[in-house]
Design a protein around this ligand. Structure first.
Ligand code: IYR
Length: 221
């Protein structure tokens, strides 16, 4: 494979004061992001979703393979199929597949097997990881696929919030029904399902705290 041509790259340099200000503003802005389960059915233009996906697709990836596919679903028929299949799996999860301890830890969040948002939200983004590519009829594994797609999903969630929309990281488990419903090829595995839209009027979120800096950082200075 031929080498990339290397081109000059620089970013605008900021003073220490500017960095403190900008990093604090970004933190305060992103701290306002919440996972929302109450969606409005108000439509969102497809172009917004396309910009969000292109932002996610700028994420770093192993050997720059960009091992992801973002499926953009707005068809009511497909959303209904996804909801039915997800609720079937979730019912089994809540009725026995999840441990008592897990159920106890989820109880404060008030989640259950009813996933109305899968039909209400105007869009579902179903993220698939691409385990391998077929090149010249041969299977070529991608690298650090979970890390790469996880990072891309972080970018995706940030881009959704930046657009003025809300989402929820939904992981119906097992998720293999998504590849079937969306007719995905054999090299793709469902990774995450994100409903995207406006919050419903009167939407609520749990009044939770986030860990302090002291709890999440360790210093080696
Ligand atoms: N996937 C299930 C259960 C669930 C699990 C965790 I961990 C959560 O943070 C939230 C839900 C569901 O979507 O209901």
């Amino acid at each position: 494979m031929s080498k990339y041509k290397f081109v000059p790259y620089s970013i605008p340099e900021k003073s220490a004061d500017e960095m403190v200000k900008d990093s604090k503003e970004f933190y305060q802005w992103i701290d306002g992001r919440r996972s929302v389960r109450d969606f409005s059915d108000k439509p969102v233009p497809k172009e917004v979703l396309e910009n969000i996906v292109m932002a996610a697709s700028t994420a770093p990836s192993g050997a720059h393979k960009q091992p992801w596919t973002f499926c953009l679903v707005s068809s009511s028929e497909i959303k209904t199929k996804i909801r039915a299949a997800a609720e079937k799996e979730e019912k089994e999860n809540y009725d026995g597949r999840m441990s008592d301890r897990w159920l106890k830890e989820l109880a404060p969040l008030g989640t259950n097997d009813v996933k109305e948002f899968l039909e209400t939200a105007p869009w579902l983004i179903v993220v698939f990881k691409r385990a391998y590519e077929i090149e010249d009829g041969e299977k070529r594994n991608n690298y650090y696929v979970n890390e790469s797609v996880g990072i891309a999903c972080g970018f995706l969630i940030t881009a959704i919030y930046n657009a003025g929309l809300v989402t929820l990281t939904h992981t119906p488990s097992p998720m293999n029904f998504l590849a079937k419903v969306l007719n995905r090829p054999e090299n793709e595995r469902a990774f995450l399902l994100l409903p995207v839209g406006y919050p419903e009027k009167g939407a609520t979120v749990p009044d939770l705290d986030r860990k302090s800096l002291k709890k999440v950082a360790e210093y080696y200075t």
